[in-house]
Design a protein around this ligand. Structure first.
Ligand SMILES: C[S@@+](CC[C@H](N)C(=O)[O-])C[C@H]1O[C@@H](n2cnc3c(N)ncnc32)[C@H](O)[C@@H]1O
Length: 430
């Protein structure tokens, strides 16, 4: 496909995420599925979309200091093209500055002709100093880090309240890097040794994880969805932190397990695997669409012990009282620990996350009642927000007697080489 068309596809996706509240991963998959692009074009579009969306605050700061007109006077479409063009100038070695500017100007002519003269001058100006900016002029600590790492000032301020400045910077740095691709063998279908041999035969680099048996870090796997071993259900893609959360529950053969926020099913599948496909897992979620994904993948993986329930976990159900041996609450959360996977999370503000603790508290309170005496539950999130983690657990224990906190830990990308994650294990007394 020619260069202008790939950039137009990237533009459409970025525009949709920025202004129509599309999710980046879903928008990319949908768009790339429809077209007959080769793997190089797919790679280019994916990098351009994720890269630009991950640097919006920095890119807008650069535009602001170089522009003759204020940012809010630039049309949404022109701004999006300028952002993706500066991203190429500054961060994509594979693209010449000449091509970044010229293709940018061509694209602006398509989406907002009137802005093309202005954009041309601005992009040439920025290209001549390679987008260099002096952030030292920003006096406020949180503001400076927010621009440097393109994370909302709200999130940076939350981190600075909890962690020291040095730790916050290490964390923000790591949250801006591309995560390693981690997979887990589906031992219901194949052994890890056999899978390693098959992957290696395909030229995929495989490195065993020291933290989880059956987990591998892999490199050189292009277009995962069309990989035959993946389609046959021999492995799943999952970060080590998620595996640790599912493993912490320790689900065993024959048990009755509840997964309260289960979709799209990564942890449900791991639990079914640990249970050797024997016992029962009630997989609940509020999202019908995500439960469909769970159901489809469960059959590919050969998982047979899941019953799916579209249900709101905040609403108490009498029929489930004291029914379960083990319960996983992988709660909906702000996602500050997985910023590097979903760039739109970088820009979350207080209003986007303020209601979450109440929802989380309602779900864990119900879980406590659904657990059998002597049963165990695990509460996990992919955020590093204390209000959604430790505070939820402490308040649950205060309001519910007869529960013991057995373990509580936070995982950090800059320390543990995983996503940012929180895991707490609670036992109900007999
Ligand atoms: C962190 S994700 C779960 C990921 C899943 N456990 C996995 O490993 O693949 C949180 C899930 O909570 C679901 N959710 C949000 N609010 C809910 C509610 N009130 N009741 C049940 N599920 C809810 C979302 O649809 C989302 O799928």
């Amino acid at each position: 496909m020619n260069a202008s068309n790939t950039r137009k596809i990237a533009y459409d996706i970025i525009y949709d995420v920025k202004y129509n509240k599309a999710y980046s991963n879903i928008a990319i998959n949908k768009r790339l599925k429809k077209s007959d692009l080769d793997y190089r074009d797919r790679g280019f579009i994916t990098e351009l979309v994720y890269g630009t969306l991950s640097k919006l605050i920095l890119l807008d700061y650069i535009i602001d200091v170089n522009s003759s007109i204020s940012l809010n006077k630039i049309s949404k479409s022109a701004l999006t093209v300028i952002e993706l063009s500066i991203y190429q100038i500054m961060f994509m070695d594979s693209v010449s500055e000449f091509a970044a500017v010229n293709e940018g100007v061509k694209l602006i002519k398509k989406v907002d002709k009137r802005a093309s003269g202005y954009a041309n001058a601005l992009l040439r100006n920025i290209s001549s100093n390679k987008g260099h900016v002096n952030l030292e002029n920003i006096r406020d600590k949180a503001e400076k880090l927010s621009v440097e790492y393109s994370v909302s000032k709200y999130i940076v301020s939350r981190f600075l309240r909890i962690y020291k400045e040095e730790f916050t910077i290490e964390l923000l740095k790591k949250l801006s890097e591309r995560p390693k691709l981690t997979i887990r063998t589906n031992t219901l279908k194949i052994s890890s040794m056999e899978l390693e041999i098959l992957l290696t035969k395909e030229g995929i680099e495989v490195e065993k994880s020291s933290m989880i048996e059956d987990a591998f870090y892999i490199k050189n796997l292009k277009n995962i969805g069309s990989n035959e071993l993946f389609q046959k259900g021999y492995f799943v893609i999952q970060d080590i932190s998620s595996m640790l959360a599912a493993r912490e529950l320790g689900a065993e053969e024959g048990e009755e397990v509840l997964d309260m926020c289960s979709a799209p099913g990564g942890k449900t599948f791991y639990m079914a695997q640990m249970m050797n496909n024997k016992g029962k897992i009630d997989a609940m979620d509020i999202s019908e669409h995500k439960l469909k994904l769970l159901s489809g993948r469960a059959s590919e993986l050969g998982v047979e012990i899941i019953n799916i329930h579209k249900k709101d976990a905040t609403v108490f159900d009498e029929k489930m009282l004291a029914k379960y041996d083990k319960i996983l609450i992988d709660a909906p959360c702000s996602g500050f620990g997985i910023i590097r996977r979903k760039p739109e999370i970088r820009y979350k503000e207080y209003l986007d996350v303020k209601d979450l603790p109440l929802i989380q508290a309602q779900i864990i309170a119900n879980a406590g009642r659904y657990l059998k005496p002597g049963g165990t539950m695990v509460y996990s999130t992919c955020t590093l927000e204390k209000k959604e983690n430790k505070d939820i657990i402490m308040s649950f224990l205060e309001n519910n007697k007869g529960f013991i906190l057995e373990n509580m830990k936070e995982l950090y990308p800059n320390v543990d080489e995983t996503d940012g994650f929180f895991i707490a294990k609670i036992k109900k007394e007999r």
